[in-house]
Design a protein around this ligand. Structure first.
Ligand code: T46
Length: 135
């Protein structure tokens, strides 16, 4: 089973352009407590390299593209995010990495919790230990 859960976001496109709606409960499968976005990402720089203990996220590449990798300690799946009309749902104990950002990439993230550094696992070995503990 793939770790990639991509949802089609409601998009209203007409001769004037496009509009995408992100609405709690209807399109976003959790209560939104925080929104942030990554932009101006530098060439050949990767980001992420962590897991979260308790966080749900919806990731939307609103401009440009990047590669998103998810790893649950058993499988590693990857997707190129390149459409503002798709949202990647990231939840559970998964390691994430982001690579190959285009110059113009803007990556929007909706999160179910406020920022809490103690929710991060930034060491891959520690992440694996936690995964195997929960087995
Ligand atoms: C994730 C991926 C997709 C804050 O102070 N508040 C915040 O809400 C966030 C998200 C970050 N920060 C600070 C912590 C660091 O000093 O911003 C700095 C950069 O954060 P980080 O190195 O964690 O950035 P990424 O791009 O590696 O990861 C981010 C999110 O942190 C993470 O939750 O899943 O984007």
């Amino acid at each position: 089973m793939s770790l990639i859960k991509l949802i089609d976001l409601p998009a209203f496109c007409d001769e004037r352009g496009g509009l995408v709606v992100l609405e709690e409960e209807n399109t976003v499968p959790f209560e939104i407590k925080r929104i942030y976005y990554l932009f101006d990402t530098k060439k050949n720089v990767s980001r992420g390299f962590h897991a979260h203990k308790n966080l749900k996220q919806l990731v939307v590449c609103v401009k440009g593209s990047c590669q998103f990798i998810l790893d649950d300690g058993f499988c590693r799946d990857s997707i190129v995010l390149n459409s503002p009309k798709n949202g990647l749902v990231v939840e559970g104990l998964v390691w994430r990495e982001m690579h190959d950002f285009s110059d113009d990439c803007v990556l929007l993230v909706l999160a179910s919790e406020k920022y809490d550094e103690s929710d991060y696992i930034r060491n891959y070995q520690e992440f694996l230990e936690l995964v195997y503990e929960q087995e």
